[in-house]
Design a protein around this ligand. Sequence first.
Ligand SMILES: [Cu+2]
Length: 149
Amino acid sequence: MKHLTLLALLASTSLVHAAGTQAVTVSMSEMMFMPMNLSLKAGQKVTITLKNTGKADHEFQLYAKPKVLPKGETAWDAYMEKNSIWLASRDTSLKIAGKAVTGKFIEVALKPGQSATLSFTPARAGTFEMACHEPGHYEGGMKGAVTVK
Ligand SMILES: [Cu+2]
């Protein structure tokens, strides 16, 4: 009887945990994300499953939408380092093809057929942009709006 009670307690705890996590899958292919727009909740952990379903290398970056676009790769990198949504989160974790990535990163770069799991907690509400900054991809339309409420 005691055993059953414990099991019931464990089951309800994991349900609460599941409800507290947002899960999203984003596919990347030539010059697009699927879906093109995401809506996330501030203060609630999100797990994004990323898949490169295209034929080229793609990157996933997520940062506060710039009012004025940085010019050049160095300027973009500096901007993203200051405005990355997951660098502002304390519980960020990333696995690419099942392997944990440690340290600071501003992009998730995937080869064709690779997938990754990215988790973090959006700290604040706002308008963000997800994008791929492989040469020509952003300009080709590989970007989407991410709203955090
Ligand atoms: Cu791309």
